[in-house]
Write a protein that binds this ligand. Structure first.
Ligand SMILES: C[S@@+](CC[C@H](N)C(=O)[O-])C[C@H]1O[C@@H](n2cnc3c(N)ncnc32)[C@H](O)[C@@H]1O
Length: 358
């Protein structure tokens, strides 16, 4: 039987390694999951959605499918306005930037959007190169930077950050193209390309990266997909809070990838993991949780963290399990790809062994 309303919490794993702020919000605000605007129409083709666009005469102008038209590389302007209001995100990055950026430093921001993170570095006395490839954001950020009086410290460069090479060495690189599981956005690819070009020009020593690390975690869960009596097992975003009344954690979170941005960044994600159920449950979904360590304040032995929205993915079929039983979770995807491309399953261990024997 499904039991909802139980207290559930993020894994002690993340909480014990890094101090994770308790963000006690009820549910994910829609903008934070960076979904489409309602005026955008989406066409599904293979794994990649295409945003249909029309000119003033109602003719389609999205003739070719390209990265610009897929979420991740392209984030509509309205979401940038909403991202500015996300106090956990902005506050975490601000703290990290104020800790690591010193007056006189050279800073690069890859994917600078409205320019807010660059502004924190500029206000610390750094000179900043803000690289953004969406022309709408280039224009918007130039205006905002000017109206904030920061145009002498911040130069907005209209370019693909994975091709851009600075002319002088950089002290700190800020890059927030982060999505749960490193899906959708191209954080992994852009930083990898940047490092490759940078080291060719300036040698092995790399700048400091903000964030420093992303920890990718998953777990089997029992999830309520009941929306006012209407049951819809759909992918769901959730705020990364300790109590999620619609979710029962069948087993603690386990980390499947820890990515340090100054090291080689893997893009092939794979989980093949067994869990012991810590409660009686109907397993009907998996949950992905991503915690980012933006910076570590060594003097206070404190990590400045920011968690992405969690992602709950429904299973094709649910099964019951009892406390102490073992379940197997498998997960496979490529960083930067769409959510629809994630392959995953959870099965009871006994059934798996029987099917192998058969
Ligand atoms: C999640 S937004 C963050 C924006 C900004 N850093 C902030 O914190 O508000 C990611 C930004 O990266 C930009 N972007 C994505 N891929 C890029 C690329 N290859 N080169 C430059 N900008 C890119 C997007 O247009 C978007 O503005």
């Amino acid at each position: 039987m499904l039991r909802y309303g139980q207290k559930s919490g993020l894994s002690p794993l993340a909480a014990s390694r890094y101090r994770i702020p308790n963000r006690n919000r009820e549910a994910a605000s829609p903008f934070e999951s960076r979904l489409m605007t309602q005026s955008d129409t989406v066409e599904q083709s293979n794994d990649e959605p295409i945003i249909l666009r029309f000119d003033a005469s109602h003719r389609r102008i999205d003739k070719k499918k390209s990265d610009e038209q897929t979420l991740g590389q392209f984030i509509p302007l309205i979401y940038h306005y909403n991202m500015l209001q996300d106090t956990d995100r902005v506050g975490g990055f601000r703290q990290a930037i104020e800790l690591l950026v010193q007056p006189g430093m050279r800073v690069a921001e890859l994917g600078s959007g409205t320019g807010i993170l660059s502004s924190f570095a500029a206000r610390r006395g750094a000179t900043v190169e803000a690289v953004e490839r969406n022309p709408e954001l280039v224009k918007c950020s130039r205006q905002l930077i000017q109206s904030n009086g920061l145009q002498k410290q911040i130069k907005v460069i209209a370019e693909d950050a994975s091709l851009w090479i600075p002319t002088e060495p950089i002290d700190v690189v800020i890059c927030e193209m982060l999505h749960v599981g490193l899906l959708r956005e191209k954080q992994a690819q852009v930083i990898t390309a940047f490092k490759e070009h940078y080291q060719k020009r300036f040698g092995n020593k790399l700048p400091i990266f903000i964030p420093e690390v992303s920890i990718l975690m998953c777990q089997p869960v029992e999830q309520s997909f009941d929306f006012a009596g209407y049951v819809a097992p759909i992918p769901m975003f959730q705020a990364p809070v300790e109590t999620q009344p619609r979710t029962k954690q069948v087993a603690p979170l386990t980390a499947y990838q820890t990515i340090a941005y100054d090291q080689a960044i893997p893009t092939a994600m794979r989980v093949d993991q067994t869990y012991e159920a810590n409660c009686d449950a109907v397993v009907n979904a998996i949950r992905l949780v991503t915690q980012n360590v933006l910076a570590i304040d060594m003097s206070k032995q404190h990590a400045i963290t920011w968690a992405n929205q969690c992602l709950v993915l429904p299973l094709d079929s649910a099964f019951s399990c009892r406390t102490g039983e073992t379940v197997h979770l498998s997960l496979e995807y490529e960083a930067g790809q769409q959510i629809e491309s994630v392959r995953y399953s959870v099965s009871p261990m006994i059934r798996r062994m029987q099917s192998r024997a058969a």
